[in-house]
Ligand binder design. Structure first.
Ligand code: CTP
Length: 222
């Protein structure tokens, strides 16, 4: 394969967590450093792609050659991803919040004497990945991530089918040397044809490169 198999292709990557505000000082968020998604964006540039990186709140430098759009909430990430279309490839590496407060309190929620709990009213966020895969402007390749603590293959394959993805990269979280803040990771990539590809364990930069090589080799629908 040539060194730049993604030359001329436009790739959108989402990365990091989203923060869903409860009030001006509190939020609900996912554990995600953004490292894997940023490594994926950098690897896509190395393979020749034009890359838009939609980043949730993370403290990471922008990879060279990447157009970065910073967002905070799932709703903002949804809007930024769709505004970045058209694209040839979408890689959803972000840990998007599944629920968000129905309303954001305008001022700080205070404890009152006697309060022994707080009930939050949450609503589902829109599924960026699934909506993109079902959209008329669907990128030729839609790639998801799945962080699972157990039954990795079954859950990952379930998401691949339910969200109509081309590929899903699954990693087991909650074990040493994998996932979250770790610099190393291991992925199992499942494809819609029933194939399975084990990548790593390796530093996230190398793993991202291997994932992008796999993406570049995937046949595209015309
Ligand atoms: N995703 C998304 N929009 C959401 C939620 C998730 O685009 N609102 C994407 C993520 O970027 C990731 C994949 O969907 O690529 C993760 O799938 P999901 O089913 O949301 O995983 P979990 O949140 O782990 O689901 P569950 O809690 O059912 O395991």
């Amino acid at each position: 394969m040539s060194g730049r198999p993604l030359a001329g292709q436009r790739v959108i990557v989402s990365a990091g967590p989203t923060f869903e505000d409860i009030d001006p000082v509190r939020f609900i968020g996912n554990r995600s450093s953004g490292k894997m998604g940023f490594a994926v964006a950098a690897a896509a540039v190395e393979l020749g792609a034009q890359v838009v990186l939609v980043a949730g709140p993370v403290s990471l430098p922008t990879p060279a050659g990447v157009q970065r759009i910073d967002v905070r909430s799932a709703a903002q990430m949804h809007a930024a991803v769709f505004a970045a279309l058209p694209a040839d490839v979408y890689i959803g590496a972000a840990a998007v919040a599944d629920f968000t407060p129905r309303a954001v309190a305008g001022s700080k929620i205070k404890k009152r004497p006697g309060d022994d709990g707080l009930v939050l009213d949450l609503v589902r966020t829109r599924d960026i990945l699934a909506e993109l895969a079902a959209d008329a402007r669907r990128p030729a390749l839609v790639v998801g991530f799945a962080a699972e603590t157990d039954d990795v293959a079954r859950y990952a394959r379930g998401k691949l089918a339910a969200k109509r993805l081309d590929l899903i990269a699954a990693n087991r979280v909650g074990v040493a040397g994998s996932g979250f803040e770790s610099d190393d990771n291991a992925l199992t990539v499942f494809d819609r044809d029933g194939g399975e590809h084990a990548l790593g364990p390796a530093p996230k930069a190398q793993l991202a490169h291997e994932l992008l090589e796999l993406i570049a080799r995937r046949p595209r629908a015309a």
